[in-house]
Design a protein. Structure first.
Length: 384
């Protein structure tokens, strides 16, 4: 039973990773095929974060009231619908609606899966969480590769979204057939006021939410614009730009596998500080690099730094008494970051150029490292 659920969660997180990153890989083609400006592209990209943000907070309530199974299945149906609609016309409104639906579905997958994993994970550890989030990075690597291959063969890039939509429907059916009996919790009526009150009275949870807000803003922001960055700054083709997105996510995959296989400690704050510092240093080096290959290598290093941040924060939050609300609140912080930062990036790129605008993500990463240091300081003070 446990093995079957874990396999399904792993496959679903791979789909989640592909769906979350696929649009960023297609950005150069979308801009040129649909004649969208950076601002229009940024607005559509931010639409997915709006749906995700709303869904993550709502899903934090739903997993306690209707259970993780229904939350997952419903989210996957919404995700499949949105993926099938992306790129079917150049109309901004239709694409915005499609990506909002995808975001709504992804939020359900994120919260419900993390909620279940926290219950299956050994207390205080993060191995299982890191392995599961490695599946996300595997999907995030394969998704852009598929877009690049389609472009190189002069096939419609929309095909990647349509295939992923069909796979999402199949995943919904699979979860419907699986038993979640061992993970069920008594139904509980949760109010929005209680959820907001939890953040207000818990400084550590508020700090963790801030970290994920900054982390997702930087990670997804880089993902959305790295392909266009290589096209504009390093004269790459759109297909090569998509491949560089895969390189960035290869770094995350390597980092998560490395942490999952080698880090056995129960103290997560030092790991959080070290990886956030590596992410920032790698990003700075990538922007200073002269050639595309060196830049790609530095982006890979930055990805290795970003790798453990989300799983580690979820594990720390999972030790909270109100697990569903805590995980939902943190995921919502990520949704807000995914909405605000890429849109701000598009405005900066429109006005300053994409090369200067990318330093905005360096500033976010520096703030992330400082917040991680605050978590470590709180942990040390608690030990004393």
């Amino acid at each position: 039973m446990r093995t079957g659920l874990l396999a399904a969660f792993f496959a679903n997180f791979a789909l989640f990773g592909a769906s979350a990153i696929l649009v960023g890989a297609a950005v150069p083609e979308i801009i040129r095929d649909f004649a969208w400006s950076y601002l229009e592209t940024g607005a559509v990209l931010s639409g997915g974060a709006v749906g995700y943000c709303y869904s993550t907070f709502l899903s934090g309530l739903l997993v306690l009231s209707i259970g993780p199974k229904k939350t997952l299945v419903g989210g996957l149906v919404l995700q499949a619908t949105g993926l099938a609609l992306i790129g079917q016309s150049a109309a901004i409104g239709l694409n915005l609606l499609a990506i909002v639906l995808v975001g709504l579905g992804e939020g359900g997958s994120e919260v419900a899966t993390n909620f279940c994993l926290v219950r299956l994970e050994t207390s205080g550890r993060s191995q299982l969480m890191n392995f599961m989030h490695a599946a996300f990075t595997a999907g995030a690597i394969l998704g852009p590769l598929s877009v690049g291959l389609l472009i190189e063969r002069s096939l419609p890039w929309q095909m990647a979204f349509q295939i992923l939509g069909l796979l999402s429907l199949g995943m919904a059916v699979a979860f419907q057939l699986l038993s979640f009996t061992s993970l069920q919790t008594p139904s509980e009526s949760i109010s929005l006021r209680r959820a907001l009150g939890l953040l207000q009275r818990d400084p550590l949870l508020l700090l963790l939410t801030l970290i994920i807000f900054l982390y997702v803003g930087a990670e997804i922001g880089v993902s959305n614009w790295i392909a266009e960055y290589f096209v504009q700054i390093h004269d790459a083709t759109p297909a090569q730009g998509a491949y560089m997105l895969s390189v960035f996510w290869l770094g995350l995959l390597l980092g998560r596998l490395l942490v999952a296989s080698s880090y056995r400690g129960r103290r997560q704050a030092p790991l959080l500080v070290g990886t956030s510092a590596l992410a920032t240093a790698g990003l700075i080096a990538a922007l200073l690099a002269e050639g595309p290959w060196l830049a790609g290598a530095c982006f890979l290093l930055s990805g290795m730094g970003f790798a453990a941040i989300y799983p580690v924060v979820v594990v720390i939050a999972g030790q909270h008494n109100d697990q569903g609300l805590a995980i939902g609140a943190i995921a919502t912080g990520g949704g807000v970051g995914a909405f605000l930062f890429p849109f701000a990036m598009s405005a900066l790129a429109e006005g300053l150029g994409i090369d200067r605008a990318f330093w905005f993500y360096v500033a976010i990463s520096l703030a992330l490292a400082l917040a991680a240091g605050t978590v470590l300081r709180r942990e040390l003070q608690t030990d004393i």
